[in-house]
Design a protein around this ligand. Structure first.
Ligand code: NDP
Length: 311
């Protein structure tokens, strides 16, 4: 009897690293790249990140698709998805890496670092008295695996943290709000906003000119989830007018960010190239293998994605 196969479909992730990390937990499954699969019928699992069009059609006995990352927007918007469960990576170490980026970005604003960097360039001793973190309201939009972890860590640093999600949530040290009706008030009360929402039909272009206008004057905005959630042209305008005092952007409507983007040359913008967090094979492989082993034992998989909901 042929062994089950996990096919790996990503051109950006290093196959040998993932194969070795997974093999340590999946002794009874062959882990192969598509060109090495000689029996497509034996392919039961697909670990993918943006695979080519019609990738899945080659594997008629697929039982599980695992998205090689936390953001599933590119996967669930495909038209060639077979009707099998989809899971995503759920990795505490990925959440820790993301929380680190968010803490850095929030602290940078809370401790006035951009002003000191500017002052240093002109040789000025520009004293600003540090503020109490508890007086600084930080709003985290999206309280999922990554957003929830970041909100907790910001609360641990002493900030006045509030979080917004679709359904009701309880997180120690975080004031929580949910639903569209609460959004405008939530934005109006956030001196620093952190966008950690998935890109879905409901969240794309959520932060348009009207919503950005709800933010308090001089607010800072950090986007680490998906560029499409903020209308970029409206953000540029708000940054130009000073209504938004600064933005830290890891994600953009178009990536790589085009050379022509006005964001590149704005002094109040910090740009990073979509590096806030990545899947870490050593730790993520354990969770992927656990799900496959649950399925092989006749159980149900965890961390399922709902394609209709979009995350
Ligand atoms: P999750 O799917 O675990 O959580 C999503 C959160 O957003 C949930 O709290 C959910 O609410 C909330 N949400 C979804 N839709 C709405 C809505 N319409 N209104 C209000 N709240 C909503 O996502 P993660 O925390 O794991 O990841 C967030 C995103 O980060 C990913 O989707 C991905 O795009 C991005 N990402 C970016 C990376 C980078 O390097 N820049 C790396 C990895 C991920 P509820 O809890 O009620 O369901």
């Amino acid at each position: 009897m042929s062994r089950d196969i996990l096919v790996f479909g990503s051109v950006v992730d290093p196959f040998p690293v993932w194969r070795d990390a997974l093999a340590a937990h999946l002794q009874e499954v062959d882990i192969l790249e598509p060109e090495a699969v000689d029996d497509p019928q034996a392919v039961k699992y697909a670990l993918v990140w943006k695979p080519p069009a019609d990738f899945f059609a080659a594997y008629p006995n697929l039982e599980l698709i695992i998205n090689l990352g936390a953001g599933v927007d590119a996967l669930v918007s495909r038209t060639d998805l077979p009707d099998v469960p989809i899971t995503r990576i759920s990795d505490p170490e990925m959440a820790t890496m993301m929380a680190g980026y968010v803490q850095f970005s929030v602290l940078r604003y809370a401790r006035d670092i951009p002003q000191f960097e500017k002052a240093q360039r002109s040789g000025q001793w520009h004293y600003l008295h540090p503020r109490d973190a508890g007086d600084i309201k930080v709003g985290v939009l999206g309280l999922g695996e990554l957003g929830g972890c970041a909100a907790r860590e910001l609360a641990r640093l002493g900030f006045d943290v509030r979080g917004w999600s679709r359904s009701e949530k309880k997180i120690d040290g975080v004031k929580t709000f949910n639903g569209m009706a609460a959004l405008d008030g939530f934005l109006a009360d956030s001196e620093i906003s952190v966008v950690m929402l998935p890109a879905t039909p409901e969240t794309r272009q959520l932060l348009d000119a009207n919503r950005l206008a709800q933010l308090p004057k001089g607010a800072r905005l950090i986007n680490v989830s998906r560029g499409e959630i903020i209308v970029e042209a409206a953000l540029v305008e708000a940054l130009r007018s000073g209504h938004i005092g600064g933005a830290t952007l890891d994600v953009f409507e178009v990536e790589p960010l085009p050379e022509s983007s006005p964001l590149w040359s704005m002094e109040n913008v910090l740009i990073t190239p979509h590096i806030a967090s990545v899947a870490i094979p050593r730790s993520a492989a354990r969770q992927i293998a656990e799900n496959i082993n649950r399925l092989r034992a006749g159980g149900s998989v965890r961390h399922r994605v709902d394609p209709a909901r979009g995350y």
